[in-house]
Design a protein around this ligand. Structure first.
Ligand code: ADP
Length: 334
């Protein structure tokens, strides 16, 4: 299995910077979150993935203290959620569609926010210059924000989110509207910040590729429910078994189930209850190479053809996060 995952090694620091337990939220009688539980460690990037309406924004609003949960609780760097002012000093946020004052320079903008957090003017300036350096805007410190490209504004937004040296940063769809190169650069910047500053990062995205590319951990939400969570590689791994779907005439389903179950290395064969005729054939071992999927296909076709069972269709399922995501959120997408 080839992955486009370009992780640098995850840090060894096991400090828990965000601990969330059983958070629930209703809007009227609509249950937007049905129980969110996870732990984010220092220096790691956690992806929040889910289709529209899954509950990502609700989660972020609660964890950034904009909204209270109906049930459950969380701590940021050990601070309980019922102390929102203290929590706000520990977190940074890059909301979706952040507006910028166009007539300010980059450095003025960051100095302003530094002072809001109580830094004296000179320290706020030093901090602003340091952050502009972190996000690669050191040559544009005195440029008006109105002259910035979208990508540069997103970098400035990230710098703003880091002004108070937060232990957790929340980034809501940070790469939206950027071209592929801009996306990639911003994601690598986010990963570098997490690693170098030991910041825990929550990255909301509907883009599977970016979660797969830079996140260490992932939570997949669907209709307010966590449908998968864990280290990106293990979430993919859980469903990374080599699965093939094969369609035979309905009258041959039972015989095919028997024949296919007898193939060496086949872990499970199941018949689709809704679409009679479709069978899923799952290999016992995780797929390591394309040749294995070729072997499985050959074995399936061979036993069916030898028994004169017509193969009406054949599909292989991959093990990319995209497949996991589609599989787990299927009922929402339909
Ligand atoms: P996401 O960010 O993943 O798209 P949201 O957290 O915005 O999901 O929404 C989760 C669910 O809550 C959706 O069904 C949405 O329609 C509903 N919802 C969100 N905000 C409100 C609100 N202010 N009032 C009522 N329902 C809302």
């Amino acid at each position: 299995m080839k992955s486009n995952n370009n992780h640098t090694a995850a840090p060894k620091d096991q400090r828990e910077v965000l601990v969330v337990e059983g958070i629930q939220k209703m809007y009227g009688n609509r249950r937007a979150l049905k129980g969110l539980t996870f732990t984010l460690l220092a220096g790691r990037v956690m992806g929040f993935l889910g289709p529209n309406g899954a509950g990502k924004t609700t989660s972020i609003r609660i964890l950034t203290t904009i909204m209270e949960p109906d049930a459950g609780h969380f701590t940021v760097d050990g601070i309980e959620f019922d102390q929102p002012e203290k929590i706000r000093r520990k977190i940074g946020v890059l909301p979706e569609n952040l507006g910028f004052p166009r007539q300010m320079t980059a450095v003025e903008y960051l100095v302003y926010f530094g002072q809001l957090y109580g830094l004296p003017p000179q320290s706020a300036k030093t901090n602003a210059m340091r952050l502009l350096n972190v996000v690669g805007l050191e040559n544009r410190t005195k440029s008006l924000i109105s002259s910035f490209s979208h990508g540069m504004r997103q970098r400035l937004g990230i710098a703003r989110a880091l002004v108070n040296n937060p232990v957790v940063v929340f980034l809501d769809e940070p790469t939206l509207g950027l071209d592929p190169r801009g996306q990639q650069e911003l994601l690598l910047l986010i990963q570098r910040i997490a690693r170098e500053h030991q910041t825990g990062v929550i990255l909301c995205s509907h883009m599977l590729s970016e979660i797969e590319g830079i996140c260490d951990d992932v939570i997949i939400l669907s209709s307010g429910q966590v449908v998968a969570q864990g280290a990106v590689n293990s979430v993919i791994g859980d469903i990374q078994r080599n699965i093939a779907r094969v369609r035979v005439p309905p009258e041959n389903v039972d015989t095919s189930l028997e024949l296919l179950s007898a193939i060496p290395n086949v872990f499970k064969v199941s018949s689709d209850p809704q679409m009679r005729g479709w069978l899923s054939v799952e290999l016992a071992d995780f797929i390591a190479a394309d040749s294995q999927s070729g072997n499985l296909r050959n074995a399936i076709l061979k036993v069916l053809i030898q028994s004169e069972i017509p193969v009406l269709s054949y599909e292989a399922e991959g093990g990319r996060l995209q497949d996991v995501f589609l599989q787990l959120t299927e009922e929402v997408i339909k």
